[in-house]
Write a protein that binds this ligand. Structure first.
Ligand code: ATP
Length: 247
């Protein structure tokens, strides 16, 4: 299996706070990989580092074998801008969904297609999204603020898919949602992975749901990766069970 995303020894600081310390991990093509960890462990920072939203003080991020984010000290290559990273096929669904509340569902999806120049393709992608998330089709002309939390999360995922990404990054897709809605969202994530062949890397505090859906998983504590294994093995790992599965 080929490595689609490789993170090699990255460190990220916000002033005197070091949020990530020498983090290395990889995501193989076609997989669902999850990163679990408590509040403040550094999960969102890792996603921001992948899409170039925070600078690295060491290490590098490679996508399809090419460096996309490097620390300043690296002289032989340079980081891509966030929009260049998006164009290379990586889409991020940020934490808290960040939907445009005053725009309709349809307008939000149009925003997701900002890189696409072909109107017929945009119309086709939107129809695909309405077929895949029927509730969005039914509400396409409604302002997004009138949608439930679960519907807004689906819309945020659909908006990211409008650019036909190869790698989908999800920041806490289950955050603040009821268990049944979370199940529904994870079911959709699995379908996107299996049927649309989109590789998925997600970060979650809901460890059980995330690991069940994942081929591989990583556990982060205080900005470091402390464990990595298959999703199934992590689900039965005593340390994980005690710290993250409430057992
Ligand atoms: P959460 O689940 O709350 O999003 P997380 O695991 O995603 O947590 P991060 O948001 O990556 O964690 O935060 C990691 C550390 O970096 C925390 O100590 C946090 O307080 C700090 N941090 C995050 N963003 C900033 C920022 N913009 N400025 C200063 N410190 C920050």
């Amino acid at each position: 299996m080929s490595e689609l995303l490789s993170i090699d020894g990255i460190t990220v600081s916000y002033g005197s706070i070091t949020a990530l310390r020498d983090v290395s991990m990889h995501v193989n093509e076609g997989e669902i990989v999850s990163l679990i960890g408590a509040n403040g462990a550094g999960k969102s920072t890792l996603l921001k580092a992948i899409v170039g939203q925070v600078p690295l003080s060491s290490g590098s991020v490679k996508y399809k074998g090419d460096a996309i984010c490097v620390s300043k000290g690296e002289t032989h290559s340079h980081s891509l801008r966030t929009d260049q990273i998006a164009r290379s096929g990586i889409a991020l669904v940020p934490e808290g969904r960040r939907v445009f509340a005053d725009l309709t569902v349809e307008e939000n999806l149009d925003m997701g297609a900002f890189m696409v120049r072909d109107d017929a393709l945009i119309a086709r992608k939107k129809q695909e999204m309405y077929d895949f998330f029927p509730i969005l089709g039914a509400r396409r002309r409604q302002k997004t603020r009138s949608l439930s939390g679960g519907e807004q999360q689906m819309m945020a995922i659909a908006r990211a898919l409008m650019s036909s990404p190869h790698l989908l990054l999800l920041d806490e897709p289950g955050l603040g949602l009821a268990p049944l809605i979370i199940q529904d969202i994870f079911h959709k994530i699995r379908l996107i992975n299996r049927e649309d062949k989109v590789t998925v890397f997600l970060v979650e505090q809901n460890a059980r749901m995330a690991l069940k859906a994942s081929d591989n998983g990583y556990v982060m504590e205080n900005g470091r990766i402390v464990l990595s294994d298959s999703g199934a093995a992590l689900l039965t790992n005593p340390q994980v069970r005690a710290a993250y599965l409430g057992e």
